[in-house]
Design a binder for this molecule. Structure first.
Ligand code: NAP
Ligand code: MG
Length: 401
């Protein structure tokens, strides 16, 4: 069979440790035999980031802006231990943070559902996609430990020197205060990314804040979402028969648990941090979670939600067998290839992505899986496969579809 041809390159961001090993296996076994792959390759492995003073990360993000679609391998975010391990010149920032800042994007995370891996919430039969606002609030806070009696005020000084003051509290004794902020620009970008992705994936969008208590701060989030929706997206939503639904955060939490899933849940920064861990756990397995960064201008970067699976990599280095689940990384490739196919009007590329995803799911449903899946699967006699054999099994299934 002739290989599928591409017109525009994908931005390929290679990464670290076990996922870097899987990356090559996936390309060799599942992509290159079928596609005349065009990529612009950026090596975001920590060694190369260090050699280039992290310029490669910036370049890869700029290339994503240029071409529109990227696929990224998990990467190490350096800490003190990594400084030593890789003899780093500096403690380079998280590549995901750098890329997100350049693309001004929102991250959408969704679980891959498979028969035999039953969510803890039994009525969740469809995926819930969480969109977390990635700027401000408590993540950019200023805090003071109040030592004793005194007055705390909130002061805004305009450029012309005019001051606006609000009393926070007259302290009778020791306590704590915290200042947080957000910007109209960032909230609007977040709203646009969410509405755009809802249209893209034809799913309802839910959003919730605590606007009854926070009448200016949270209420502004509600108002901006409503205004962006009414002026820019309402018609398209109505045409597609999808819904924008706003409610209070406590009501949202209760409804999410009772729901069957199948929608996007837009969350403020803190809610998204907490709820994404809850939702991921409830669906069963971190290694089955996909992630896509979407910019308000319609640029996409696909990856797995998990990290570089360091513990497995050290086993691999010692020559021991690993059983690492590659499904989320394969879905990063299929997500990116499908989007490239959509943008360039290449139907074969879209069909290939659909078929490869089906092959992943069918392989596990047929009882062939990696270790962590076998521990939570209801399958009676799962066949445990190592990292490479699992990818080969997916290829065999793919060939039968
Ligand atoms: P991790 O790589 O996600 O792995 C945590 C644990 O989850 C693993 O030890 C493994 O459990 C299990 N796991 C995760 N993915 C798996 C898979 N595909 N197959 C099987 N098991 C899987 O998180 P981490 O160990 O905390 O972080 C390692 C490195 O990844 C860090 O340097 C961190 O900076 C980086 N990281 C990168 C990203 C990203 O690039 N998006 C995201 C998160 C973390 P067992 O060991 O029990 O088998
Ligand atoms: Mg968290």
């Amino acid at each position: 069979m002739a290989k599928i041809q591409m017109t525009t390159p994908l931005v390929e961001m290679d990464g670290d440790e076990m996922t870097r090993i899987l990356w090559k296996m996936i390309k060799d076994e599942l992509i290159l035999p079928y596609i005349d792959l065009k990529t612009e390759y950026y090596d975001l492995g920590l060694e190369h980031r260090n050699e280039t003073n992290d310029q490669v990360t910036v370049d890869s993000a700029e290339a994503t802006k240029k071409y529109g679609v990227a696929v990224k391998c998990a990467t190490i975010t350096p800490n003190a231990a990594r400084m030593k391990e890789y003899n780093l010149k500096e403690m380079w920032k998280s590549p995901n943070g750098t890329i997100r800042a350049i693309l001004d994007g929102t991250v959408f995370r969704a679980p891959i559902l498979i028969k035999g891996i039953v969510p803890y919430v039994k009525n969740w039969t469809k995926p819930i996609t969480i969109a977390r606002h990635a700027y401000g609030d408590v993540y950019k806070n200023t805090e003071i430990k109040v030592p004793g009696k005194g007055k705390a005020e909130l002061v805004f000084t305009a450029e012309d020197g005019t001051e606006t003051r609000e009393l926070i509290h007259n302290f009778a004794g020791a306590g704590i205060i915290q200042g947080i902020h957000n910007t109209t620009e960032s909230i609007s970008s977040f709203a646009r990314a969410c509405f755009g992705y809802a249209i893209d994936t034809k799913q309802d969008l839910w959003f919730a804040t605590k606007d009854t208590i926070s009448k200016k701060y949270d209420h502004t989030f509600k108002d901006i979402f409503q205004e962006v929706y009414d002026t820019e997206y309402k018609e398209q939503f109505e045409r597609l028969g999808i819904e924008y639904f706003y409610t209070l955060i406590d009501d949202a939490v209760a409804r999410v648990i009772r729901s069957e899933g199948g929608f996007i849940w837009a969350c403020k920064n803190y809610d998204g941090d907490v709820m994404s861990d809850m939702v991921a756990t409830a669906y069963g397995d971190l290694s089955m979670m996909t992630s896509v960064l979407v910019s308000p201008s319609g640029v996409y970067e696909y990856e797995a939600a998990h990290g570089t699976v360091q513990r497995h990599y050290y086993k691999h280095l010692k020559g021991e067998e690993t059983s690492t689940n590659s499904i989320a990384t394969i879905f990063a490739w299929t997500g990116a290839l499908r989007k490239r196919g959509e943008l360039d009007g290449i139907k074969e590329l879209q069909d290939f992505a659909d078929k490869l995803e089906k092959a992943c799911i069918k392989t596990v449903e047929d009882g062939k899986m990696t270790k962590s899946l076998s521990l939570i699967s209801t399958c009676e006699n799962p066949v445990l496969l190592n990292s490479l054999d699992f990818i080969k099994a997916i290829r065999e299934t793919f060939e039968t579809l």
